[in-house]
Ligand binder design. Structure first.
Ligand SMILES: C[S@@+](CC[C@H](N)C(=O)[O-])C[C@H]1O[C@@H](n2cnc3c(N)ncnc32)[C@H](O)[C@@H]1O
Length: 246
């Protein structure tokens, strides 16, 4: 697989699902790689995912909401395997990602409609992105479809300790016009199970500045052994065949 290749695919959003503006992430991409921001906010989640990936031995890995591709590049360097693909809906984030010398293959797409064939990956990782997905159930069903039976998902994000705190945070995000939702750990487990996974564990990830009121957890789950339900490709839409776009 040729690294440093960005493939642009149609980004579709269900009409009823209102998520954050992609432009927010395009702008954010200019400061995203600042070392202090990375060290305080994002690196602890990346480290936790890398530890879990080492333990599960995945060889075909997808990073959904990969941002500027720092984690995907580390997965390539530190885990290796057959291939690593980063997927994000922000062109700005992806253009920064593609400039890396050690970049993974990058694909522009929404988490709600992944342009990959069923069972294409052994592991799907997603760090600090899941709360932005406007339909988290739909995203998890897509994870379930594209991960192989017994494959893993590793999703790290803030899980507030109480429903009222989760609802208050969502209300604030809607009020400022960039809606997101951090589910509690219990709700995260329920959603993951509902999409056809067995929850393996939820590990606390220490990071500043939100460690106590808004703690981060890495939820790890395994896909049930039976084949995922079939999702039909839209007419003319490119699909991922055996690890390569066609
Ligand atoms: C805070 S960044 C996290 C980036 C990276 N995972 C990390 O840990 O450094 C959130 C990312 O999720 C992406 N994102 C948000 N909603 C998305 C969606 N519906 N589909 C795909 N990517 C999305 C954004 O473009 C952004 O790059």
């Amino acid at each position: 697989m040729t690294p440093s290749r960005t493939t642009r695919l149609p980004v579709r959003r269900p009409r009823d699902a209102k998520g954050p503006d992609r432009g927010l992430f395009d702008l954010w991409s200019f400061v995203y790689d600042a070392p202090l921001v990375q060290w305080l906010v994002y690196r602890p989640g990346h480290d936790a995912v890398l530890r879990a990936l080492r333990a599960c031995g995945a060889r075909r890995i997808l990073d959904v909401g990969c941002g500027t591709g720092l984690l995907a590049a580390r997965v390539r360097r530190e885990i290796g395997g057959e291939f690593v693909v980063g997927c994000d809906f922000s062109r700005g984030m992806l253009s920064h990602a593609a400039r890396r010398r050690d970049a993974a293959l990058m694909v522009q797409a929404t988490a709600l409609r992944l342009p990959f064939r069923d069972a294409s990956f052994d592991a799907i990782v997603s760090t600090e992105a899941f709360h932005w997905f406007p339909d988290q159930g739909a995203a998890l069903r897509e994870f379930r479809r594209v991960v192989a039976p017994k494959g893993r998902i590793l999703v790290s994000l803030v899980n507030p300790p109480a429903e009222w705190l989760a609802s208050a945070a969502s209300a604030v995000s809607r009020a400022v016009g960039e809606p997101c939702h951090w589910p509690t750990r219990a709700r995260m487990r329920a959603q993951v199970r509902g999409a056809g996974f067995r929850v393996v564990g939820q590990r606390f990830v220490f990071r500043l500045p939100l460690a106590l009121a808004f703690p981060t957890f890495l939820t790890e789950a395994e896909a049930a052994p039976e084949l995922p339900p079939r999702a039909e490709a839209a007419e003319g839409e490119p699909r991922f065949q055996g690890g390569f776009l066609q």
